[in-house]
Design a protein. Structure first.
Length: 250
């Protein structure tokens, strides 16, 4: 393990980012969060099963954990499905820092794949195409072509990474979504939910993961089964903000 690597409660590693003063994952479990918050909550396996193919937008590649778990779960559950993932990252860590995290993944071939992806920006094999774009996501999004079925929205917190939680970026993502596509994120902040609504998403509650809050799911149009409704009090507040002039966000 390299310095600054921390074991989370499910035994999987994460890191602490000194400038953001945040961890890359929930301390309840980095792998648990990747699997439950991102892969399961986004219904990406079901989508792959229904369509035979799936396209994912991965905002904040970080240590590659969400991306790796998506590949692992989809390929296990729907062998032969075609997977395409576009990852965005503005501050790619050196490969020797990332390797211990890749080696902790559930399959060794994932570690090799991610290492090559980080070194070349691309990984292509039968039924799997990965692209890692090192850029400011809020700028690069304009040159990315949809449609996507799934978005993993995993920046640092809205307080220190506001550009990726703002309505213009969320609207730019939404305009690249397939009908019924789902965005999943760990934040359940009212301001984030309001930004999603302003960007045209329908919103609902995500799953609780470990000791973390439920997070938020958002869909492009309605989905079946429907998203779990957010609590009525917050819903009323959001409606007031959407209707009212000069809506203050908290
Ligand atoms: C919470 S970590 C992501 C963890 C990652 N999803 C994983 O599974 O390991 C947030 C990541 O977003 C990246 N990031 C923050 N702001 C960004 C921006 N404007 N554009 C692109 N990437 C950004 C950070 O550098 C960091 O790697």
């Amino acid at each position: 393990m390299v310095e600054a690597t921390i074991l989370t409660r499910d035994g999987s590693p994460t890191r602490y980012h000194p400038r953001y003063q945040q961890h890359y994952h929930s301390l309840s479990g980095a792998h648990l969060e990747a699997r439950m918050r991102y892969v399961v909550a986004s219904r990406v396996v079901e989508r792959a099963r229904d369509q035979g193919k799936v396209r994912i937008l991965d905002v904040g590649f970080g240590l590659g954990t969400n991306l790796a778990w998506a590949i692992h779960e989809i390929q296990q559950e729907v062998p032969g499905a075609s997977i395409e993932i576009v990852s965005l990252e503005r501050e790619l860590l050196p490969v020797d820092v990332l390797l211990p995290h890749f080696r902790a993944l559930p399959e060794t071939r994932l570690a090799r794949m991610l290492r090559d992806l980080v070194q070349t920006g691309e990984w292509i094999e039968r039924n799997l195409r990965l692209q890692l774009i090192c850029a400011e996501a809020q700028i690069e999004i304009d040159s990315i072509e949809g449609p996507f079925d799934t978005v993993f929205l995993d920046p640092f917190s809205p307080r220190c990474n506001p550009e990726l939680w703002a309505s213009p970026f969320l609207a730019a993502i939404r305009s690249r979504m397939a009908q019924g596509g789902i965005l999943t994120t760990y934040s359940c902040a009212r301001s984030v939910r309001l930004s999603l609504l302003r960007a045209g998403w329908e919103i609902g509650v995500g799953p609780r993961v470990g000791s973390k809050s439920s997070g938020t799911l958002a869909s492009c149009g309605s989905v079946l089964p429907p998203l779990v409704a957010i609590d009525p009090k917050q819903s009323r507040w959001l409606v007031r903000q959407l209707r009212g002039p000069g809506d203050g966000e908290t």
